[in-house]
Design a protein around this ligand. Sequence first.
Ligand code: GLP
Length: 249
Amino acid sequence: MRILVCKNYDEMSKKAAQMILSQVTLKPNSVLGLATGSTPVGMYKQLVKMYNDKQIDFSEISTFNLDEYYNLPKENNQSYDYFMKENLFNYINIPKENINIPNGMAKDVEAECERYDKSIKDCGGVDIQVLGIGHNAHIGFNEPTINFERGTHLVDLKQSTIEANARFFDKEENVPKKAITMGTGSIFKARKIMLLACGESKAQAIYNTVYGKVVPEVPASILQFHNDIVLILDEEAASKLKPEDYKIV
Ligand SMILES: N[C@@H]1[C@@H](O)[C@H](O)[C@@H](COP(=O)(O)O)O[C@@H]1O
């Protein structure tokens, strides 16, 4: 695990965007695995800026998002489909047909999950996967559980995740209780993984991810076994790590 610590959120976002830029420059038809949540918003802003400055071209890029709420229409301003358009897709030149997000409104969820996994495979797999992390170390919507899930699946969200995401909804009752997410197995298959975390509230989850036992109760701990993973943290999220284990950038 490579761990880079940035002074603050802005620096973290810039570093993350630079890594995407290198990936896209080296391979213009890269497959990007994308995440939602407040953490990657700054990175998306940087990518839009790079696009406006003609530094990056998304015309051959394909994307796969990690997850989507179940039974929340795309048009709802809290759907992840809406989030991605608002934060990235509306402002760059990615072809619409190259964008993939699980369909949370699918009637046959099992078929939708199979279709999603097959699309990732048919695209040649994810080149670089962007991840945020939940307070309980969930990645995508893979909540702490008793076994690592392989492929895309429907999950029941933990009460703590519902509470954490309630800040985006009018009322907690409106937060969906289920989501469709890529499995830890699918995430792990990405050739490169870049996990972003900021703020003190993520420090314990980061500590457990880096030093804890690899167990499905700490979903992100599986990343210890990945051979090309970088954690990009701000100082607060890194505050429980030993200084000899990270590089300040
Ligand atoms: N499904 C998303 C995750 O992909 C994200 O990492 C997490 C943390 O969000 P935030 O970055 O807002 O703390 O929130 C949600 O649960």
